[in-house]
Design a protein around this ligand. Sequence first.
Ligand code: DGJ
Length: 725
Amino acid sequence: MPIQFDPIQQCFHLRNQTMSYIIGIEKEAYLTHRYWGEKLPTYHGSNALQMVDRGFATNPFPEERTFSLNALPLETSTQGNGDHRVANYQIRNSKNHTVTNFLYDSYQIKKGKEAIPGLPSLRATTDDAETLEIVLKDTIQQLEMRLIYTLFENYPMITRRVVYTNNGSQTVALENAGSMLLDLSDCEFDFLTLDGSHTNEANLNRQKIRPGIQKIESTRGTSSPQHQPFLALVEPTTSEFQGSVYAFHFVYSGNFIAQVELEQYGTTRVQMGIHPDHFEWQLAPNTHFYTPEVVLNYSNAGFNGLSQTFHQVYQQHLIAPTWQKEARPILLNTWEGNYFDLSEEKLIAQAKKAASLGIELFVLDDGWFGKRNHDDSSLGDWFVNQEKLPHGIEGLAKEVHRLGMKFGLWFEPEMVSKQSDLFKAHPDWALQVPNYPLTEGRRQLVLDLSQPAVQDYLIAVLGDHLATGQIDYIKWDMNRHLTEVGNLFFNTPQQKEISHRYVLGLYRILETLTTQYPHCLFENCSSGGGRFDPGMMYYMPQTWTSDNSDALCRSVIQYGYSYLYPPIMMGAHVSSAPNHQVGRLTPLETRGWMAMSGNFGYELDFETLSPEELAEVQQQIAFYQKHRQLFQFGQFYRLQAPDAYFASAWLFTNEEEAIAIYFNGLSRPAMPTKYLKMRYLDPAATYLDLATNEAFSGAELNQAGVLIPRVKRDFHTQVFHWKKQ
Ligand code: DGJ
């Protein structure tokens, strides 16, 4: 049994082959965090709790001055009765009081893992996982808090979430409903996050934690490009290759908060949940509130170890089963090659060219509907522009299919343009607060997905398109953040529920469409990686990583995202040079390797390429097709983080072959001698270099490495390709 209760020690021990997580019960009332890290064969409480009479401490048992909630390492905070660190929940009653007294009540251990009503979560069977539910009760107000832990059998990973229940007779307001909190009895950590902006997502930031609170958050309505809903606590000596990391990733696509608090006695409190700003939930008698779940991932093998677990678990337990082993097609997206300037004739010519080069999926991006010739109109009018496409979407799709490719189509379903038939017909469907102007972003408004009528409408509109049987792929875009979060639909107390109800509405739409059309490949997009989070990945197995397609910038962005997501989940396209976002000229070869390091595609007008370039594109496509298993389903390891000259390196490997890619970045004088060590090849195997025909042991390539020859050129790429013998 991976999860056991020890009645002598009064603790729960969650243990698998690699990891232990231990929760104590103190005084039959309070849950303490006792241990998380490498597997412990047994636990007898060697790390006893520190019990001393502290200044300013308050005591639930007055005669026991050494017992204070403020100094215990807890598994959930208390509220208003002695734990003065930042709490992870708050419940207001009809008298406006927020004090509660949740005490341990009971527990249950179950095989498997239950889905969360209305929310995405990791998937597991009774063979993969075991779940512990611990019930805490406030008997004064008849409130219940159920802490739910699932331990994965084969990974150093657990998930945590909370169910808040009102068993009383009065409605209470959940003002904060955190998903997870724990106090680590240590303070020597760095705080690691992935931050950025539109076109500059997922930059790694690492800094030493200091006394007080450090946090990342989003109150933009989506998880945001500004901060990935992720944080890690990292031991100071941890690197890509060794050391301990405690990582937390939120399976949610809306407002969030992720914070650590280094408190007075050297404990580090970590918590994650829906952001309490703009949130409140009316918890009526006999109802539950389900929080989204947090993934907790422990690595004692550095960041690469951490990423291996994330990659495997997300590929096998997060995305829909249909896509877990399904190879992804090489696509051509029309956006950067055409923008809004579309015509059937032009598109068919481009499709023919694409097919002749080996492209497998032709994606028609923005501009095909309503009067959409610019970004200021027509969102919501999801009917074809007959002037541009006289034979409709079906006509074009049939032609693309006839050419032997799949057909994909762009939508931005959550939005409405003021200039649209939809807005004229349903002005009350946009998010709005009475008397205040509607703030536009990219000249568009946000549809209020909290309203069931809006959800039903979008399910019907997209469902009608999918029902034609001509659409194999949908790119689901979302290009602004939420403002005037309110509506004319819900009553006054429920207005603060709308941000969360928006996300629940989005999930309902996605659940319905992806269940009805499981073989349509959905690509998640929010101006690139604006909502790249595990919640969206549950429904859509790949994401357009960034609107920045420059190969050099992508080496930083894809490097950062690879901490969490495998390459198959990250859309990466070869685009034009000079690049449209930064104006940089990079070799087609480098653009190719960067795009092959993600979910491979193109985004340019092939007509603008020379015959030599077209021949190179054809070779890239043929190469990727031949080695698709390696790129899409092999293991991916980071070997070198982008340095001051933007040189970086990574490795793909599987049972048959390995490819290491070194991106030189900027050429420099006095280039240091560089040996790239592979570190993760099978040391006992022999690898044949396919360029030179030389054979080396995996051990030699791992430890001694290969020389990076000097090349006097910016943005050059050096690739090593071995066949495993
Ligand atoms: C933002 C996306 O990220 C782009 O790829 C493109 O689809 C545009 N929107 C279209 O408006």
